[in-house]
Design a protein around this ligand. Structure first.
Ligand code: CMC
Length: 429
């Protein structure tokens, strides 16, 4: 017998089907509740509400585990490459050798952006935050590639997906180059995805750029860790924007916008700034005290997560990657790293953090790592966005194949004025 929940409203019972997922909590299907009972449900921040069905990523927040299409994410980070993961997220399977050849070559053919985009960049003020530029230029791709914007055409969806995953690193590197006043560096298709991104970011026309393999491997891992994370704020934003049928470039740029906030993708920049501000291990107790003070808006950046009530598995891989990078640089005794290690130790023993189950998240160590690799703090969120483009597109593609897909239209509990009479200006005192 199928499981159901019963809700009793004003003496009347309503049966609500319970739907089982393949793993994780069941959900109560309330989609017919309003039609049957005239009542909505209220759940600010979606703490108890699933917004869709998905088969891409599964997070077990209590155990601190994350799976992409059923594969443990930490294993993927160790053993595969970012572009393989993009294929996995988009299609549900890791590429075979034959698929890999076709797919990776196809991505390479899309790495350049329309030459006229260069002039488009010139409209921005030098020194602009790269995310400020990216939110606009990603949306502007729809003006440059109008031939792949028909969301109802499967083939065009495929082309625009490949275009985006190939071009977003080029745009991110261009945004950075523009912000520091250096010439743009064209993509080099002899390099792999991360090597290419690094040469476009750090290369200059006057010298041959030599890729550090430890760094490019670390970046690849960082991209895998950030590639998807089920229905987070930016992914849900992409889905909601796309549900109106708007073109893919506009939908993905909505993801960029949502990701930029300091509680989401902006936390890596904020976490590094915080560690620098703490500056010395001796100052940690003062900052921990502030984080616990309800009257102080200060939070430990890089700590806490809506879903993880255990150590974020991404943070574990990130911590190791951080050590690898600092070892490569001969900076194992880096002062900021020491502050991070000590802060983590103190917070994990503190009753406040223990009771609220606040653990380091992915952003805690990523800023130190990226900074050591030479990326300025303003590039941390763009890097996150490049990687998360993979997940946003996976969800966007999945949405279009979902027969339940319809325009997203949340309801509300209205608490404003009741209907009242309008008075013309001449009659108002
Ligand atoms: N420092 C101090 N207190 C915290 C923190 C923190 N970092 N995070 C949560 N709390 C407290 C919070 O004040 C609340 O206390 P109370 O129950 O007394 O009101 C309690 O812990 C529960 O937190 P919450 O605000 O209900 O948690 P949330 O699910 O709404 O927010 C979060 C999750 C990640 C936004 C939040 O933990 C936070 O602001 N962390 C710092 C920013 C950060 O690191 N963000 C990156 C998230 S991971 C990458 C990504 O997804 O983008």
């Amino acid at each position: 017998m199928s499981k159901k929940a019963i809700i009793s409203l004003d003496g009347q019972n309503f049966d609500l089907p319970i739907i089982e997922g393949s793993v994780g909590p069941d959900v109560i299907d309330i989609s017919k509740l309003y039609a049957q009972s005239g009542k909505f449900t209220l759940d600010p921040g979606f703490t108890s509400t699933a917004s869709c069905q998905s088969s891409i990523t599964y997070i077990d927040g209590d155990k601190g585990e994350c799976y992409y299409r059923g594969y443990p994410m930490d294993v993927l980070a160790e053993k595969s490459s970012f572009l393989e993961i993009v294929h996995l997220l988009w299609t549900g399977s890791l590429p075979t050798k034959a698929e890999w050849y076709e797919y990776s070559e196809a991505i390479k053919t899309h790495t350049m952006v329309h030459e006229q985009m260069k002039t488009f960049f010139n409209g921005f003020r030098r020194g602009s935050h790269p995310m400020a530029i990216l939110t606009s230029v990603v949306a502007a791709l729809s003006a440059f590639y109008p031939d792949s914007i028909d969301v109802n055409d499967l083939e065009q969806r495929q082309i625009s997906a490949r275009r985006m995953i190939a071009k977003v690193p080029t745009l991110a590197a261009m945004a950075y180059k523009y912000s520091i006043g250096q010439p743009f560096i064209y993509p080099d298709n002899n390099l792999d995805y991360c090597e290419n991104f690094m040469q476009m970011t750090f290369g200059v026309p006057t010298e041959k750029y030599k890729v550090n393999k430890v760094f490019s491997k670390a970046l690849d891992k960082i991209f895998i860790l950030h590639a998807d994370h089920e229905q987070n704020a930016s992914t849900s934003t992409v889905r909601l924007a796309a549900s109106s049928g708007v073109n893919p470039f506009a939908s993905i740029s909505a993801g960029f916008t949502s990701l930029w906030g300091p509680l989401h993708g902006g936390a890596n920049e904020a976490a590094l700034n915080m560690l620098k501000e703490i500056g010395d291990v001796k100052n940690i107790p003062e900052y921990v005290k502030r984080a616990k003070d309800k009257n102080d808006p200060f939070k430990l950046m890089g700590f806490g997560h809506r879903v993880y009530k255990n150590y974020d598995p991404r943070a574990k891989v990130m911590q190791k990657t951080c050590h690898d990078v600092l070892e490569e640089l001969g900076r194992k005794d880096d002062k900021i790293l020491q502050v991070a290690i000590e802060l983590e130790k103190i917070a994990l023993q503190d009753d406040y953090f223990v009771e609220k189950k606040l653990y380091p998240n992915i952003d805690f160590y990523s800023g130190i790592t990226l900074s050591a690799m030479g990326f300025p703090a303003t590039m941390f969120t763009p890097l996150f966005a490049v990687a998360r483009t993979a997940g946003w597109i996976a969800h966007w593609k999945e949405m279009y194949l979902d027969p339940q897909n319809r325009i997203g239209r949340p309801r509300q509990l209205y608490i404003g004025e009741k209907p009242r009479q309008f008075l013309e200006l001449k009659d108002r005192d």
